[in-house]
Design a protein around this ligand. Structure first.
Ligand code: GLY
Ligand code: MN
Ligand code: MN
Length: 472
C-alpha cells in the first residue's frame, strides 16, 4: 500500500520528507479538503477500561525502583519504531524494562516515556505518550505511522490512565533534563534487569499460559508432518504451522522459530529454515509463543520425522534427556545458578566419554583447563525467561551466573548434543545428529516444577505423541 501523504499536511511525527514519500504523495492539500475530512464524525467511544491485571503488579515494581533510587529523576523509554526499509517499520515492541514497570504489553505506544520524578517522600510516576490527535488534525488521516485512519484507534490519556492505573500526560509535556538517569546508565539497567529475576504471581501465570499455547503449536506441527515432508522447504512449513497456531490463538512468537531438520540441528540458532524435512532424520524445533503481555515460552523438542527414533538417535536423545533430568533434580532455592549447567555437563561428559569420543576420561574432561566434551555442546544449559526469551540480560554476573537460585525464578534447562556432519572425532553414525531438549522451569519453595512437563519428553513419550498426532 502506498503510504505517501501530502507535502502540505502538517503531521506531528512523520512527514513526507522524513519518510521519503513526497515524490508520490496523492493526499489532497486544500484547506477545503482538510476541513471536510476533519468533520462529521460520530463521538468516540471514550469509555474508561478497568485496570488490567498487570497494573497492580507493575505498581509494586515501581515502588521498589523508587525505594532504590531516592532523589533521582529516572526516565525509562519505551523506544521507537524501527525502520525495516524506507517507510516500512517493524512491528513496535516496547523495551522490556518499560513494559515491566507499566504493565503495558503488545499495545504499548511507541515513543512513550515513564518518568519517576523525585518528591520529598519518594517519586511521582507519570507515563507520557502521544495521545491520539483530534480528528481535525492532519495526523488523523495523513500520518501513516500513527494516524488512526492508518493504524486503527489509539487510546486517550484518560483511557491509559485507567487501564494501567497510572498518571498520564501528553508526550509534548515531557522535558528531559541533564540529570536524568536513563537505561543507558548501567546501575539502573542492572537494577531493572535484576528486579525481573524473581517472577511475581502474575508473571508465573502468564509464563505457564505461554507454555500451554506453545504446546498447541508443537501439536499442530506434528499433526502436519505428512504434509510437511512433501514440501521442498519443509522447515519453513514447520515454522509456518507453529506461527499459524500462535496467530489462530491470538498470540505472537517470542523469537524466531528454529526449525532445524537433519544436520541443520547442529547449527544452534538455525533460523534460515530453508531445508527439507526428511523421514528418517530428526527435526529439532525451538519455538515459543509470546502473549499480549509479552511473556514468552522457550521450548525445544527433537522429533523423529518418521515417528520412530533409530537406535543411535535414541541413544543420543536419551543421553540429553538424562542430562536435563539430572540438572532439574538439583534445582531448589539456595543452589548457585551455574550449578545447573555443571550438573548437565557432568552427564554430557560421562556419556561422550563412555562412547569413546573424548581424548581423556570424563573426570579429566570436566576440569576447567580441558572441557573437551564441550565440543559437542558449546552453549550454556540455562537462561532466565520472562518478558525476554533471554531475560534479565543486564543483571550482574554475581546476581545471574554466580547468583543464588530463589523461589519464583523461571529459567530454561536446555542441554544438547550436536555432532557436526564433518566432525572427524565422532564415528560416522553420529555425524549430522543434533538433539536439544529445552524446558521452562519454575523454582518453588523446596524444589522446582517443570512448566513444560506436559509436552512429551522421553523418547518413548515422543514416539507415542507423534503416533497420536498423525493417526488417521
Ligand atoms: N531459543 C533460544 C534459546 O533457546 O536460548
Ligand atoms: Mn533457551
Ligand atoms: Mn530455545
Amino acid at each position: 500500500m502506498d503510504t505517501s501523504t501530502s507535502p502540505s499536511t502538517q503531521t506531528t511525527a512523520t512527514s513526507d520528507e522524513v519518510t521519503g514519500t513526497a515524490n508520490r504523495s496523492t493526499t489532497p492539500s486544500s484547506t477545503a479538503f482538510q476541513d471536510y475530512i476533519g468533520s462529521q464524525w460520530a463521538d468516540r467511544d471514550d469509555q474508561l477500561p478497568p485496570a488490567r491485571a498487570a497494573a497492580a503488579f507493575a505498581r509494586r515494581r515501581r515502588d521498589r525502583v523508587s525505594a532504590r533510587f531516592p532523589g533521582t529523576r529516572l526516565v525509562v523509554k519505551a523506544g521507537s519504531l524501527a525502520v525495516r526499509s524506507n517507510d516500512c517499520d517493524f512491528p513496535f515492541r516496547a523495551h522490556s524494562a518499560f513494559s515491566h514497570l507499566t504493565g503495558w504489553g503488545s499495545d504499548s505506544e511507541p515513543d512513550s516515556v515513564l518518568v519517576f520524578e523525585p518528591t520529598a517522600s519518594g517519586h511521582d510516576t507519570t507515563l507520557y505518550f502521544r495521545e491520539r490527535a483530534d480528528r481535525s488534525s492532519s495526523e488523523f488521516y495523513a500520518n501513516p505511522a500513527i494516524g488512526e485512519f492508518w493504524i486503527g484507534p489509539r487510546p486517550s490519556l484518560a483511557q491509559v490512565a485507567s487501564d494501567l492505573d497510572i498518571a498520564t500526560a501528553h508526550i509534548d509535556e515531557f522535558a528531559p533534563t541533564d540529570d536524568d538517569v536513563t537505561l543507558e546508565d548501567s546501575e539502573l539497567a542492572s537494577f531493572l534487569s535484576e528486579l525481573r529475576l524473581v517472577k511475581d504471581e502474575y508473571e508465573i501465570t502468564e509464563l505457564q499460559s505461554a507454555v500451554h499455547a506453545t504446546q498447541r503449536g508443537f501439536d499442530d506441527v506434528i499433526a502436519d508432518f505428512p504434509r510437511i515432508i512433501r514440501e521442498p522447504r519443509g522447515e519453513r512449513a514447520v515454522e509456518g504451522v507453529f506461527y499459524t497456531r500462535a496467530r489462530l490463538d491470538g498470540n505472537a512468537v517470542g523469537y524466531d522459530t528454529i526449525a532445524a531438520a537433519g544436520p541443520h540441528a547442529c547449527r544452534l540458532h538455525w533460523t534460515r529454515n530453508d531445508g527439507p524435512v526428511v523421514p528418517g532424520d530428526l527435526m529439532l524445533m525451538d519455538a515459543g509463543v509470546e502473549l499480549d503481555s509479552l511473556y514468552t515460552a522457550d521450548i525445544t523438542r527433537t522429533l523423529p520425522v518418521n515417528g520412530t527414533f533409530s537406535p543411535v538417535q535414541r541413544r543420543v536423545y536419551e543421553a540429553v534427556r538424562e542430562a536435563a533430568d539430572a540438572a532439574f533434580a538439583i534445582v531448589r532455592p539456595g543452589i548457585i545458578f551455574r550449578d545447573v549447567h555443571a550438573e548437565a555437563m557432568r552427564v554430557i561428559a560421562e556419556k561422550t566419554a563412555e562412547w569413546g569420543l573424548l581424548p581423556v576420561s570424563a573426570e579429566e574432561s570436566l576440569r576447567p583447563e580441558n572441557q573437551f566434551h564441550r565440543r559437542y555442546m558449546v552453549h550454556g544449559t540455562s537462561h532466565h525467561l520472562g518478558l525476554d526469551v533471554h531475560d534479565c540480560a543486564q543483571a550482574r554476573r554475581e546476581m545471574y551466573h554466580d547468583g543464588e537460585v530463589s523461589e519464583g525464578m523461571v529459567f530454561t534447562i536446555e542441554p544438547g548434543l550436536y555432532f557436526q556432519p564433518d566432525d572427524l572425532t565422532v564415528p560416522e553414525e553420529l555425524r549430522g545428529i543434533g538433539v536439544r531438549i529445552e524446558d521452562d522451569i519454575l523454582v518453588t519453595s523446596d524444589g522446582a516444577v517443570n512448566l513444560s512437563a506436559a509436552i512429551p519428553r522421553t523418547a518413548d513419550e515422543v514416539e507415542a505423541w507423534i503416533a497420536r498426532q498423525t493417526a488417521n
